[in-house]
Design a protein. Structure first.
Length: 518
C-alpha cells in the first residue's frame, strides 16, 4: 500500500512539473510585467492582455511575435548598452509563454493567477504645476500619415525649471508619436497642414510613443537636474497621426512639474541634435552607409555627460550605431546600437549611468540604409531614389541627446536607483505596482522538488531571498541564483505552506510557496 501511495505522489509531482507551464496562472505574471504596460484598455496597443479571455484569441499572434523578436518592442541592442525602462523579456519568461501556447493555451483555474495591475490615466503623483491641453482636433490623416505642430502658450510670467512631465493622449491609439520642443520667443504659430515634418523651436524636451514612461529628472543629490523654460515661451507639440485615422479626435495633454520658484543648485540639462547628415542620396536597389560627427572639425573642448540618446531615421534605414570616439589613439565609447531599426518604435533612451565623453573626443554616428526589396519597411515598391529630407518619403540621420557639462563622478551615478524611489513616481510598471515593491512569482506552485522564482522588476543580483514557515521562523532552502531568476530546491523541508521575502535596499517583495508531500 505504501508503495502504491508513493507511486501516486510521484506521478502527481511529475504531472504538475510537466504541465505547470501550460496553465494561465503560471504565465499571467509575465504578461502583467512585460506586456500590459501597453496592452491594456486605452494603453495604445491594438488589444488588451489583462486576462485569459483577452489573451486567448491572440495566442498565435503572440507566439509569432515572440519567436521573431518583434515583441516586446525594444530596438536597442542590450549587449551594447543598457537603458532605463527597457521593454524586454527574459529567455526563461519567453520559453514559459511559448510552452504554454504550444501546449494548448490551457486556462486552468484563473482565480489562482496573480492580481492584475490597475492602470490609470496618469502615472505621476500629485497635481502638476501646469497643464497644457491641445484644442480638440480631428485627425486629417485620411490616406497618408500627417505631422501637425501645435503651438501652445505656457503663460509663464517667470522662468521655471522643469523637473518632470507626462504626455497623456486622450486617444492613445491615434498617436504614433509626439515630439515636444520649446519656443523661447513665444512667436511660433501652429502648423496644422499635415506637413509640419520638422517641428520649430529652440530645443526639445522629449516626447511620447506608446509605452513611453513619464520623464522625471532626479531632484536630489548627487544629481539635481532640470530644463529651464523661459517666461513667455510656447511649447510646440508635433503630433504624428497615422494614415486612416481621419476624423478621430486628438486633445493630448502635457502635464508639467516644476521645481519651486527660487530653487537653487539645479544643474541644467540641454537637448541638442548634434549628429545630422543632409547630403544623403540612396539610389534604388542599393545599400549605403552614411555617417556624421560632432564637432565636424576638431574635438570637444569640454567634457560632457550624456544623459539620454535618441537616434532617428525613416523607413529605408536599417541599422544605426552612435558612439563617442577618439581618433588617435583609437578609443570608442558605446552609446546605442539599434541593429534592426523600426520607424514605429523610437524614443529618448535614458542611460542607466551617464556616459562621459571627454574633451578631445567626438560624437559619431553610422547609419545603414537598405533601399532594396530585401527591406520589408521600404515604402517604395519597386525601390526609388531616396534623398535626405524631412518627409517620411525622404531619409534622415538625425541623432539627438540630453546632456550636461561633465562633473567629476557623473559616470558613477546610478540614475535608476535615484529615480526608483522618486516622490513623483506612482508606479514603475503600472499604478498597481508600487515603486517600493519587488514583484515576483514562482512556478510550478505547488512544487515537489524544485521550482523557479522569477523577479520581474528588479535585478536578481540585487535581491536577498529569505524563506519562512507559517510560524514566522526562517528556514533554509537550496537556492541557485541565475541572471533572471532563483532556482529553488526544497532540500529537507517538509510539505506545507511557506512564505518568502525579497530585499533590495529599501525595496521589498514577498510571496508564497506550497510544497507537496515527498
Amino acid at each position: 500500500m505504501k508503495k502504491i501511495y508513493f507511486l501516486f505522489l510521484l506521478l502527481v509531482c511529475v504531472s504538475i512539473t510537466l504541465s505547470a507551464q501550460l496553465v494561465y496562472k503560471d504565465v499571467a505574471g509575465i504578461f502583467y510585467s512585460r506586456c500590459t504596460g501597453c496592452h491594456h484598455l486605452n494603453g495604445g496597443a491594438p488589444f488588451s492582455m489583462m486576462n485569459y479571455s483577452e489573451i486567448y484569441p491572440w495566442a498565435s499572434w503572440i507566439q509569432t511575435d515572440l519567436n521573431t523578436g518583434k515583441m516586446p518592442p525594444w530596438p536597442p541592442d542590450t549587449t551594447y548598452t543598457r537603458f532605463l525602462h527597457e521593454r524586454i523579456i527574459t529567455q526563461t519568461e519567453k520559453n514559459d509563454i511559448l510552452n504554454w501556447i504550444s501546449g494548448g493555451v490551457q486556462k486552468g483555474d484563473t482565480t489562482l493567477a496573480p492580481v492584475a495591475p490597475v492602470y490609470t490615466k496618469h502615472k505621476l503623483k500629485g497635481t502638476p504645476d501646469l497643464i497644457l491641453k491641445m484644442p480638440a482636433f480631428p485627425s486629417n490623416a485620411t490616406t497618408a500619415d500627417v505631422y501637425n505642430c501645435f503651438a501652445i502658450p505656457t503663460g509663464l510670467t517667470v522662468d521655471r525649471i522643469l523637473r518632470a512631465y507626462e504626455i497623456v493622449p486622450n486617444n492613445p491609439g491615434l498617436i504614433h508619436h509626439t515630439v515636444v520642443k520649446v519656443d523661447t520667443t513665444g512667436t511660433v504659430n501652429s502648423n496644422l497642414s499635415g506637413g509640419c515634418f520638422n517641428e520649430p523651436g529652440d530645443f526639445g524636451i522629449g516626447g511620447y510613443a506608446p509605452g513611453t514612461p513619464p520623464v522625471i529628472f532626479s531632484g536630489q543629490a548627487p544629481l539635481k537636474i532640470g530644463i529651464r523654460i523661459k517666461a513667455g515661451s510656447k511649447l510646440i507639440s508635433q503630433q504624428h497621426y497615422p494614415a486612416g485615422s481621419g476624423g478621430l479626435i486628438d486633445s493630448t495633454e502635457i502635464r508639467l512639474y516644476f521645481y519651486p520658484v527660487g530653487t537653487t543648485g539645479v544643474r541644467p540639462v540641454y537637448a541638442n541634435t548634434f549628429l545630422t547628415n543632409w547630403l544623403m542620396s540612396i539610389p534604388a536597389n542599393t545599400v549605403k552607409t552614411y555617417t556624421a560627427q560632432y564637432p565636424t572639425s576638431g574635438t570637444l573642448t569640454t567634457a560632457i555627460s550624456i544623459y539620454a540618446t535618441s537616434p532617428h531615421a525613416h523607413k529605408v534605414n536599417k541599422s544605426m550605431l552612435v558612439y563617442g570616439f577618439r581618433a588617435s589613439p583609437l578609443d570608442t565609447i558605446p552609446l546605442i546600437h539599434i541593429p534592426n531599426w523600426d520607424f514605429e518604435w523610437q524614443g529618448m533612451y535614458v542611460h542607466k549611468n551617464m556616459v562621459k565623453i571627454p574633451a578631445g573626443y567626438k560624437l559619431g554616428s553610422k547609419h545603414i540604409y537598405d533601399n532594396t526589396t530585401n527591406n520589408p519597411n521600404n515604402p517604395n515598391n519597386p525601390p526609388q531614389l531616396v534623398s535626405a529630407g524631412t518627409s517620411t518619403t525622404n531619409e534622415m540621420l538625425f541623432d539627438s541627446f540630453q546632456w550636461m557639462y561633465y562633473q567629476t563622478g557623473d559616470e558613477n551615478i546610478d540614475i535608476g536607483n535615484l529615480l526608483g524611489g522618486d516622490s513623483l513616481l506612482l508606479s514603475a510598471n503600472g499604478p498597481a505596482i508600487s515603486a517600493e515593491t519587488i514583484t515576483s512569482y514562482v512556478y510550478p506552485n505547488p512544487l515537489c522538488e524544485s521550482g523557479t522564482l522569477i523577479v520581474t522588476n528588479e535585478q536578481v543580483a540585487n535581491c536577498t531571498l529569505k524563506l519562512f514557515d507559517i510560524y514566522g521562523k526562517e528556514v533554509s532552502m537550496d537556492v541557485i541564483r541565475k541572471a533572471d531568476a532563483f532556482i529553488i530546491h526544497r532540500g529537507n523541508l517538509p510539505s506545507g505552506i511557506y512564505f518568502y521575502t525579497l530585499h533590495s535596499g529599501k525595496v521589498l517583495g514577498e510571496g508564497k510557496i506550497v510544497l507537496l508531500p515527498e
